[in-house]
Write a protein that binds this ligand. Structure first.
Ligand code: 59J
Length: 568
């Protein structure tokens, strides 16, 4: 019994001693870690922290139909900081210098945002400028790769392309409409940072950025430039408020050019007002006035009640209808339809319209595309206004026949003229190059009526026309002028006009449709024939040659040459 007790005591003593030794060992180790190795371990813990950062994706380019660049993203460098890291450091003055920002501004920036862990110091520096900042190696300053959009065509395609914001996201125009396509998807990567926030190593890419896709427009950069240049010259010459021009390929519905005034430089938008950003050709409406007459006349031909030889009595240059009086500038007497178009008789157009079934006219105007936005997909595009025929009274139908009480965008007007150009078929308007054979399109007019209409629009530009500026040497041209008083709060203004010209060439087999609108010419001349037709003529002349479209008019041989007989 006693023997057992002794053994037990001895065993307990051994255990106790071992336990005490273990405690002592732990205490020693604790002291060792805390006191001796403390600094080293703290440094290690802080030095290695992983952060996930976003890697911006490269935005796709916008190209013209021949692959010329219209918008491209170039790499730039941006700098950010964690203010608490930077405040602790010195060399703020040198940093401000290298960043090319004001010292006091940098101080304020850092103090204001003192509680945040991320602020931008400076964005979008060129690689050279950025290198100077990086060389300073100021702790807490971080460099990231970003992209900046550049528009090689500058003002020339400004409204059409729109622009991106500083994060390269689409804000206006094509950049906005096709943002999803262009934008790509940012990647993510994990980086290892040291205690001062410097990236020690890219640990791993979690997800590669997916670059955006390129977008090929229907636009031809050369035609676009021509359209821009001639429109700008005319708006300047006539002291106009603004203007628009649209050039369509009438066989496909592709927009070859679209320009407006005033314009803006998309590469430097500082201090610009949003007013200048509007692509008026799609976002602004006008009362078309006489440039609208062809559509009601086309409805008349299609109805079978009129043909190209029909004669209309416009005497005495006045027409009383229920609700008002229609006026011509003079008494044109009994005239055929071509003359009606040349002299732009409002009475003649009204007489024809009043003889038609309103529902049939309305259906046809809808088929031409009025009252609905086109298929262009352009942001902010207007539908225009085409009242329902049950709302038309006699006066409503009469004024509609010469282009009032309806509103259209220049793009819609071009689309409708393209129906006449394309033998009666409406092709949806598009801003994207179409590589595939075209969808059939929608038939609006019979081929015969479309050709008759073309002939009338060609003849109306004959010797008596006020629109001689619309003529193009070597090509037959068909088209129509319009001069419209602008509607204001108190009725129609006496001194504010929209001057327009719309037409096509070559008239025998049209390829191009061009619409020119000049808003409020103010230097005396304001008729569509004087102000808009010459722009049409110059743009068509250049575009037909640029596109190698064969002439359809035989050069006239001077009588003197014929009289001289065969040359040897
Ligand atoms: C006109 C109108 C206003 C709206 C008349 C333009 C109407 C009308 C009420 C007088 C200027 C002007 C609904 S005429 O485009 O007839 O291009 O060379 O603005 O008639 O009833 O001092 N065009 N224009 N009319 N309104 N309301 C002719 C015509 C046209 C010309 C000239 C002069 C108008 C021959 C326009 C041209 O074809």
């Amino acid at each position: 019994m006693r023997h057992t007790d002794e053994r037990w005591q001895r065993r307990s003593l051994v255990l106790l001693t071992l336990f005490a030794l273990a405690v002592a060992a732990l205490a020693v180790r604790a002291v060792q870690l805390h006191v001796l190795d403390g600094g080293f371990l703290t440094a290690q813990g802080d030095a290695r922290h992983l952060r996930t950062v976003e890697v911006p994706a490269h935005r796709g380019m916008i190209l013209d139909r021949h692959g010329e660049s219209l918008a491209a993203s170039t790499p730039v460098d941006s700098f950010w900081a964690n203010p608490s890291e930077l405040l602790a450091g010195e060399r703020i003055a040198a940093l401000a210098d290298a960043l090319e920002i004001d010292r006091t501004r940098l101080d304020a920036l850092l103090r204001e945002r003192g509680d945040r862990t991320f602020i931008w110091l400076r964005r979008h520096m060129s690689p050279d400028e950025a290198e100077r900042v990086t060389q300073l190696d100021v702790p807490g300053v971080h460099r990231v790769r970003e992209y900046r959009r550049y528009y090689p065509a500058g003002e020339v395609a400004s409204h059409l392309l729109g622009f991106t914001n500083i994060d390269d996201a689409g804000q206006e125009g094509i950049e906005l409409a096709f943002d999803e396509w262009l934008r790509g998807e940012p990647g993510r990567k994990q980086v290892l940072r040291d205690r001062l926030g410097r990236t020690v190593a890219d640990v791993q890419g979690i997800r590669q950025p997916r670059p955006g896709r390129d977008l090929t427009l229907s636009i031809d950069r050369r035609v676009q430039y021509l359209a821009y240049r001639e429109l700008k010259a005319a708006v300047t010459e006539h002291g106009a408020r603004g203007g628009s021009i649209v050039v369509l390929d009438s066989r496909t519905g592709e927009v070859l050019a679209m320009a407006n005034q005033p314009a803006f430089n998309p590469n430097n938008r500082q201090g610009l007002v949003a007013e200048r950003y509007r692509n008026r050709a799609a976002t602004d409406v006008l009362e078309p006035g006489s440039s609208f007459k062809p559509f009601v006349i086309a409805a008349a031909l299609q109805s079978g009640r009129f043909d190209t030889r029909s004669r209309i009595d416009t005497s005495p240059g006045l027409l009383q209808v229920r609700g008002g009086t229609i006026r011509d500038v003079r008494d044109n007497g009994v005239i055929d339809i071509a003359t009606l178009l040349t002299r732009s008789s409002n009475v003649g157009a009204s007489r024809i319209a009043l003889d038609l079934d309103p529902e049939q006219v309305w259906t046809m105007l809808q088929a031409f595309g009025f009252g609905q936005p086109t298929a262009s997909g352009f942001p902010g595009e207007q539908a225009g206004l085409l009242n329902h025929f049950v709302q038309w009274r006699e006066i409503g139908l009469a004024t509609l026949s010469y282009g009032y009480g309806i509103s259209v965008t220049p793009l819609q007007l071009a689309q409708a003229y393209a129906v006449i150009a394309a033998d009666g078929v409406r092709h949806p308007v598009t801003l994207i190059r179409s590589d595939e054979p075209l969808a059939a399109g929608e038939r609006v007019l019979s081929t015969t009526v479309a050709r008759d209409m073309r002939r009338l629009l060609e003849v109306s530009l004959g010797p008596d026309s006020t629109a001689t500026g619309a003529r193009v040497r070597g090509y037959r041209v068909a088209g129509k002028t319009g001069t419209a008083r602008k509607s204001t709060a108190g009725g129609y203004a006496l001194d504010r006009h929209t001057a327009a010209f719309a037409g096509m060439a070559p008239a025998s087999n049209p390829r191009l449709v061009t619409v020119v609108v000049i808003d409020e010419p103010s230097r005396g001349a304001y008729y569509g024939g004087q102000v808009a037709a010459p722009v049409f003529g110059r743009v068509m002349s250049g575009a037909l040659r640029l596109l190698d479209i064969p002439p359809d008019e035989l050069p006239t041989v001077p009588a003197s040459v014929i009289a001289a007989g065969p040359q040897r």
